[in-house]
Unconditional design. Structure first.
Length: 334
């Protein structure tokens, strides 16, 4: 056995190290305790305030429903399939009509409306529930004076956009048309067209982007396995099923490319986008890519696209799908 004797100086060093270690650990323990207590307090506050917030939101919704459809009684939420852009729909116990909550992108973000449609299929009232449009600009299309134009109409198509507030006006008009379509579907028995399967959506898209064909088959898969190529027997054109990352996950697009290497059309197949979903069905945006070739896509003009406001990530994902399709076509034509 080996005995080690510590001098008084060594003992002092050991005590100093122990004290230093303790001074290092103590603040960590204190911080952990503070974080634990703060989390518990926040959880408690949320548990208390969340029901209050939900109750007030429902009260606001109930008040809005009564204002946009004054004849309505006993509002009940519709549980069937909703039209695109309709976030909720309500029927009435006295068959006075339908009330719909809609959400479409304006310039500054989602414009959420509560829209009443009477039993005659005409707009009975509109309330703005939430919006973040520019005051004095986009917000001009959300004033009672502008919204009053939609009362008693059965289509928003004939209403002019507010000058200087085109995006906001478009959001309102799309909301009105979506509510009218939803009300019509419910009032006719709730026969809303069921959502098509992905296979059926691909078929519709392929036939759309390769004009003139009556049938098609899978003819190739990209080297990385990420893009599927469809065409007819005569190779009239090609339809590429491509995938890119959007804001909330994968976006699948069918991109048509003719024998000359020009884009003939772009159609969305599926996505998990929310606000960005508007970019996937905006014909003006998607048509920007028609006529693109691999060369033009990389030109100064091709590198700049007019992204849909509030949907930059989604817009960029669509562009990526188009570039992928053109790259795959280049490999096919070699």
């Amino acid at each position: 056995m080996r005995l080690v004797f510590l001098s008084s100086q060594n003992i002092k060093v050991v005590k100093k190290m122990e004290k230093s270690k303790q001074s290092f650990i103590t603040p960590i323990v204190v911080l952990v305790v503070i974080c634990f207590v703060a989390s518990a307090v926040l959880a408690g506050v949320f548990k208390i305030t969340d029901p209050i917030i939900q109750t007030r939101a429902q009260e606001a919704a109930n008040k809005a429903m009564a204002e946009v459809l004054p004849e309505g009684r006993e509002f009940k939420e519709f549980e069937g399939t909703l039209e695109s852009g309709v976030t909720a729909a309500y029927t009435t116990g006295n068959e006075a009509g339908t009330v719909c909550s809609t959400s479409f992108n304006g310039f500054g973000g989602a414009v959420k409306l509560m829209i009443g449609v009477n039993a005659e299929g005409k707009v009975s009232g509109i309330q703005v529930m939430e919006q973040s449009e520019t005051p004095g600009v986009g917000s001009n299309a959300l004033t009672p004076e502008y919204l009053a134009q939609f009362k008693d109409v059965d289509s928003a198509d004939g209403i002019d956009a507010y000058s200087g507030a085109t995006f906001t006006s478009k959001a309102v008009k799309r909301g009105v048309n979506a509510a009218l379509a939803m009300a019509s579907a419910i009032q006719s028995g709730g026969a809303v067209t069921p959502e098509k399967s992905e296979h059926d959506r691909i078929t519709d898209a392929v036939l759309k982007v390769i004009p003139g064909i009556t049938g098609y088959s899978e003819v190739a898969v990209s080297a990385d396995g990420q893009t599927t190529v469809f065409s007819d027997m005569d190779r009239t054109g090609y339809a590429m099923l491509t995938t890119a990352k959007g804001h909330h996950g994968d976006i699948k697009m069918i991109v048509g490319v003719d024998k000359a290497g020009k884009v003939t059309g772009v159609v969305n197949i599926s996505s998990e986008e929310t606000i960005g979903a508007d970019a996937l069905k905006d014909e003006a945006f998607l048509n920007q890519f028609v006529g693109w070739t691999a060369a033009s896509a990389e030109s100064a003009e091709g590198k700049v696209i007019d992204a849909v406001s509030g949907a930059t990530d989604t817009s960029n994902a669509v562009r990526e799908c188009v570039l992928t399709a053109l790259t795959v076509f280049g490999g096919l034509s070699k």
